[in-house]
Design a binder for this molecule. Structure first.
Ligand code: HEC
Length: 220
């Protein structure tokens, strides 16, 4: 009994430094993996306020615009124009309206969202400011979740909804999105087409109504 206790004690005293060593090793391995992940993240697709520009300086595809922060615009265009859909390459920026953007981060960055990061921007003559950014948790200014709306287009359209990729329709038509693109304040003077003023008025009324309803609901 005494001997047993003794050996237990010895084992314990021997094990403590070993356990400590193992913990230290695990921790440093963890730290190394963490800093490696951070390196990959920052080294590859860096996104800040300056990554976003006047929408009309991006490349038009049908009714939306694309860009590539890594200079791979040809690969982005190939994906956007693939008749049966294709994964967009890292660095791709996709925008339908000046204040919302999707940016394709490096492979493995966020598997659930197909490595897309969602952005809500404020834009002015001075440029762009990132309001919100992130993956599955980002909501638009009406409290609706970007990812939840875009997820039906996951396969084979890589989360890009357009009009017929399975996403629930939004009450904003291409006349309105076109008017928003033509009046992007980052581009200098607006280049309105006939009907733009009406489309923007209609949109503004919808936004006000949407915001009022949201505010009203939040009281209950
Ligand atoms: C209510 C659902 C809904 C929400 C919420 C939503 N989207 Fe969309 N989004 C759509 C639909 C539908 C389209 C396609 C509209 C069209 O072209 O007819 C679209 C289009 C886009 C496009 C152009 C490329 C494409 O998919 O057609 C981008 C970029 C985009 N949304 C980003 C965002 C971001 C960023 C957020 C969050 C801040 C967001 N969206 C929130 C439904 C939504």
């Amino acid at each position: 009994m005494t001997r047993f206790t003794w050996s237990q004690k010895t084992r314990h005293t021997l094990q403590s430094p070993l356990r400590l060593l193992a913990t230290a090793m695990a921790l440093s391995l963890g730290m190394a993996a963490f800093s490696q992940a951070a390196d990959i993240a920052t080294a590859m697709v860096k996104v800040d306020d300056a990554s976003f520009k006047c929408m009309r300086q991006m490349t038009p595809v049908r009714h939306f615009y694309v860009d590539n922060l890594l200079g791979e615009i040809t690969a982005t265009l190939a994906a956007a124009n693939a008749p049966k859909g294709a994964p967009y390459p890292a660095g791709s920026v996709v925008q339908l309206v000046p204040t919302e953007a999707m940016v394709k981060r490096e492979a493995g960055f966020s598997p659930a969202t197909g490595d897309w990061e969602f952005f809500e921007l404020s834009v002015s003559e001075q440029g762009s400011k990132i309001g919100k950014r992130g993956f599955a948790e980002v909501n638009n200014r009406f409290g609706k979740n970007c990812f939840a709306c875009h997820v039906p287009a996951r396969e084979p359209w890589d989360f890009v909804c357009e009009s017929d990729h399975g996403c629930e329709a939004i009450p904003i038509d291409h006349k309105m999105t076109g008017a928003l693109q033509r009046s992007d304040p980052r581009c200098g003077a607006a280049t309105p087409e006939s009907g733009d003023t009406m489309a923007l008025l209609k949109l503004r009324a919808m936004v006000t109504l949407g915001a009022t309803i949201g505010w009203f609901k939040s009281l209950f």
